[in-house]
Ligand binder design. Sequence first.
Ligand code: GDP
Ligand code: MN
Length: 397
Amino acid sequence: MNLHEYQGKELLSSFGVRIQRGIVSDDPQKAVAAAEQLAVETGTGWWVVKAQIHAGGRGKGGGVKLAKSLEEVADISKGIIGMMLKTPQTPPQGKKVHQVLVAEDVYYPGESEPEEFYMSVLLDRASGKNMIMYSTEGGMDIETVAEQTPHLIFTETIDPLMGLQAFQARKIAFNLGLQGPALKDMVKFVSALYTAFVKTDSSLFEINPVLKTSDEKILAVDAKVVLDDNALYRHKDLAECRDLREENPTEVAANAAGLNYVDLDGNVGCMVNGAGLAMSTMDLIKQSGGEPANFLDVGGTADAKRVETAFRIILKDENVQAILVNIFGGIVRCDRVAQGVIDAYKNMGDAINVPIIVRLQGTNALEAKELIDSSGLDVISATEFQEAADKVQAVLA
Ligand code: GDP
Ligand code: MN
């Protein structure tokens, strides 16, 4: 589950990580009130207005702007709230902005120039340990840095039993070229950040930029936080941060129905039981020249009601031109599933407007094929995997 920047910053702050302070608002008037309050609390006279959407690259897309007066806070907020913000990470049409974070300007001039760093905490799957990834090249697109100057990205692997050691935090601060009070502050920052990551069962923290202010303070200017869905049951307060407006509506509906569904770009809808079979079904579709429109694991009980729900969800995607049902009947008998498909089909009437190919294999597969073939419905049966994929290609041709 993803958090908004403002929620991520609140989370970090509650663990003692210093952040750029801000207040979230859903209308321009409240944004001005927020700016006034921040002026009192932090003494700032300039603010940044930041679009809150679940996507990065907002700065480049016009979703982060500096305001040098309350009038500018109002004008900029008016422009950003309600806009469709396009960034390299949003769908092509952009994402609607519902809220802005009004934050104190932290790039004020002083003794030294502000410096932007990159820092993330994530699981390194190769070593099975958490790692901190960091770079002096913060603020801009880290993907480009990784591609063109990979030696400027450092990693520090953390032993899960020992946790982050003091010498590791110092090494990070040192490698970032810091000294004096900024070095000390970075050590504190990194330690608090890592504690927050572990205590919240997060799967990703990406702080870009981490800023060294002109008066040697280290703080988080941005915060991308991804929580582990499987651990949300022990973080009820964080689970409440979920913003369904940011998520794919079909995926939300599917998950509510207990289906494991991921929307994809292709034209062949898939209904499969078991994640492994779903993956190999997608592979086979691709190998045969098609493109899967989704990943869908209907789970163990492929009864009529569940099959109907799955059909309806797949058909919400207008790109779908055929549906491949690929079910292995192990515990659930194939004839039961076939009857489920037939009942669902009859129930839905005209709602099914694309060819359906059903491949059932396992217990009572032959009985199942007979049921489908004699149903009089426009459903094409198959028993072999490749045969099913070929039949899909045939209807698409
Ligand atoms: P992203 O583009 O979605 O990653 O959004 P960020 O939160 O990283 O902000 C984008 C950029 O806005 C940062 O890299 C900074 O250059 C700039 N920015 C953020 N906060 C401030 C601020 O307080 N003052 C100024 N002048 N610029 C800021
Ligand atoms: Mn950023």
